[in-house]
Design a protein around this ligand. Structure first.
Ligand SMILES: *[C@@H]1O[C@H](CO)[C@@H](O)[C@H](O)[C@H]1NC(C)=O
Ligand SMILES: *[C@@H]1O[C@H](CO)[C@@H](O)[C@H](O)[C@H]1NC(C)=O
Ligand SMILES: *[C@@H]1O[C@H](CO)[C@@H](O)[C@H](O)[C@H]1NC(C)=O
Ligand SMILES: *[C@@H]1O[C@H](CO)[C@@H](O)[C@H](O)[C@H]1NC(C)=O
Ligand SMILES: *[C@@H]1O[C@H](CO)[C@@H](O)[C@H](O)[C@H]1NC(C)=O
Ligand SMILES: *[C@@H]1O[C@H](CO)[C@@H](O)[C@H](O)[C@H]1NC(C)=O
Ligand SMILES: *[C@@H]1O[C@H](CO)[C@@H](O)[C@H](O)[C@H]1NC(C)=O
Length: 500
């Protein structure tokens, strides 16, 4: 598995590194040549010219800026950036992303609109009729309507978070947080906060849940939904009314007098992390799923992965192979070719593994059955079911109704897993295009290296060091690995397209 798998990974790392280092230095030098505003009136419009970040609107303290942000290799988004760290704290994330090649226009006509000459409106705040667009020093972008005694707020970015909530921002039950790669989400329930993994067309499985302890205040039905807010003293509070929180999730620096800015981010590995800004970097202050429970991250070891708290952490559920089946999506219900292994659905093969259990199985649904056969049959007959885990002591049968992710090694053999793998018809053409892509990438990278000359040695050095740090030795797929936790500007689109 080594050479074949490592090459794309190295290329990928290389590309990430190149994008990371080259672009920002250029931007810093050029920033001053752009008009930046502290308030935008109706009728304003601007088009992008400076990658990777072109400030449009600043706030008075100079910490945050709204502007065009380059994402991945060529895509464009609208983002609010924490300037000292270049960390995006809010992004518009249009359904179809803008491109630096097309003529994208940012305009404010009462609503904020991002449009492109080919596709029309890419993203907008919906039709509101404001007078000014302002960026507050909390990083909140607001469309305001002049009025007495004070301007009213018609729209604010704090109500539409992307992957981060900032200190002071209310996270309500109307909002959801999505990780940068859009694979994970966070939302509030009646009395809890939870993390989910997203699959198109499938009910999102929950893999972390914090039920409000209600120690100092109880949640009262009919008094409105709860909301969450990061407090400057170092905790995530769940509130129903402002008076007293119904729960306090404290960070490491809780009440330690850290004066600066805090944020809470749903990372691309599915973990929820809090950070504070110490003046030169974001310092990790809280992890919803601590390292000692790393296997409880639903995709800790990727699709069809097996996670254990020893070295190496990851393997394949099917121990006869070193390369796990590729990540799948949807269900197995679409076509009915009617072979013996598909009952009114797609073709699949089956394998079984002893000694595994679901991560956070207390959050998973189960039904009680009399035997392993009964458990397997209930899954076999149902094309929404991707697998099942049976515990022959309790008789519990856990059905996995989403494409198989990582399962956790269980000490005892009483737990048996049954897993379906879709039978792929045209894997030949797929690997062909993959090879083509690797060649293309290689050529691109070589050209770049030739052009930079000097940078090359540093890059390779960096990669060597990273590999030695152990980043490159498991079967973990790239998007699941938190490459530079807490750092700015992760190249999401790039890693996404690379996987295909
Ligand atoms: C602002 O522009 C958008 C997109 O072109 C348009 O749909 C909307 O009606 C405009 N709003 C006003 C108040 O002109
Ligand atoms: C942010 O603005 C508010 C009022 O507009 C002000 O009271 C506060 O001190 C400002 N904070 C910072 C960090 O500048
Ligand atoms: C958060 O919600 C509280 C209570 O509704 C409100 O007083 C406060 O202004 C809100 N903060 C923001 C930034 O919207
Ligand atoms: C901030 O944190 C970084 C990393 O932990 C550390 O290297 C740096 O010295 C800290 N800076 C300050 C001002 O404390
Ligand atoms: C794979 O697992 C089975 C039990 O599930 C075990 O009997 C077998 O020895 C394992 N094979 C390898 C190669 O580890
Ligand atoms: C198949 O599984 C899904 C998900 O658990 C369930 O909602 C549905 O009722 C099952 N269908 C049958 C026929 O059992
Ligand atoms: C459960 O399965 C294991 C392994 O197959 C077996 O040794 C054990 O006797 C079974 N226990 C019960 C209660 O059936």
């Amino acid at each position: 598995m080594s050479a074949k798998i490592k090459l794309p990974k190295l290329l990928h790392l290389l590309l990430l590194y190149i994008i990371h280092t080259t672009s920002w230095t250029a931007a810093a030098a050029a920033t001053s040549s752009f008009s930046q505003f502290q308030l935008i009136n109706r009728g304003f419009s601007v088009t992008p010219s400076q990658s990777p970040f072109q400030p449009i609107l600043n706030e008075p303290s100079g910490v945050f800026s709204l502007g065009f942000l380059k994402v991945g290799s060529s895509q464009l988004d609208l983002a609010v950036i924490h300037l000292p760290s270049r960390q995006p704290v809010w992004r518009a994330i249009p359904a179809s992303p803008g491109s630096w090649d097309n003529s994208v226009t940012f305009s404010f006509n009462g609503s904020l609109v991002l449009s492109d000459s080919g596709n029309g409106v890419l993203w907008s705040t919906g039709s509101v009729d404001g007078d000014t667009l302002v960026l507050l020093n909390s990083s909140n972008l607001q469309i305001q309507k002049a009025g007495k005694p004070a301007a009213s707020v018609l729209w604010q970015s704090f109500d539409f978070p992307s992957d981060t909530i900032m200190q002071g921002q209310n996270f309500t039950s109307k909002a959801a947080l999505f990780s940068n790669n859009q694979k994970f989400s966070m939302s509030l329930g009646f009395d809890y906060l939870a993390l989910y993994m997203e699959f198109p067309g499938v009910a999102a499985p929950r893999y972390w849940k914090r039920t409000a302890l209600q120690a100092k205040a109880r949640i009262i039905q009919g008094k409105g939904p709860i909301y969450a807010r990061v407090n400057p003293t170092g905790f995530l509070g769940l509130y129903q009314t402002e008076a007293v929180p119904v729960d306090v999730i404290s960070f490491d620096t809780f009440n330690r007098g850290i004066p600066d800015l805090r944020r809470l981010t749903l990372e691309s590995d599915g973990n929820l992390k809090a950070y504070y800004w110490n003046g030169s970097s974001w310092v990790l202050d809280f992890k919803a799923i601590p390292d000692s429970e790393a296997c409880q991250l639903l995709s800790a070891c990727g699709a069809y992965g097996l996670c254990r708290l020893e070295d190496p952490m990851c393997a394949c559920l099917d121990n006869t192979t070193a390369i796990c089946p590729p990540a799948d999506s949807g269900n197995l219900c679409s076509s009915g070719r009617g072979s013996s292994s598909s009952v009114g659905g797609d073709d699949y093969t089956v394998f079984r593994t002893k000694g595994v259990e679901l991560p956070n199985k207390e959050l998973a649904g189960y039904h009680k059955v009399g035997s392993l056969e009964e458990c397997e049959q209930s899954c076999e007959r149902n094309c929404s079911c991707w697998g099942a885990v049976y515990n022959n002591v309790s008789g519990f049968c856990y059905s996995i109704d989403y494409p198989i992710q990582t399962l956790v090694e269980a000490g005892n053999v009483q737990k048996t897993g049954y897993f379906k793998v879709r039978t792929r018809a045209s894997s030949k053409s797929k690997s062909k295009s993959k090879a083509g892509m690797v060649v293309l990438l290689t050529v691109g990278v070589l050209v770049f290296l030739a052009a930079t000359g000097f940078g090359a040695y540093r890059v390779w050095n960096q990669i060597r060091r990273r590999s030695q740090d152990g980043l490159d030795e498991s079967t973990v797929e790239w998007p699941y690995k938190d490459l530079k936790s807490g750092s700015s500007f992760r190249s999401i689109e790039l890693s996404e397209s690379f996987r295909k």
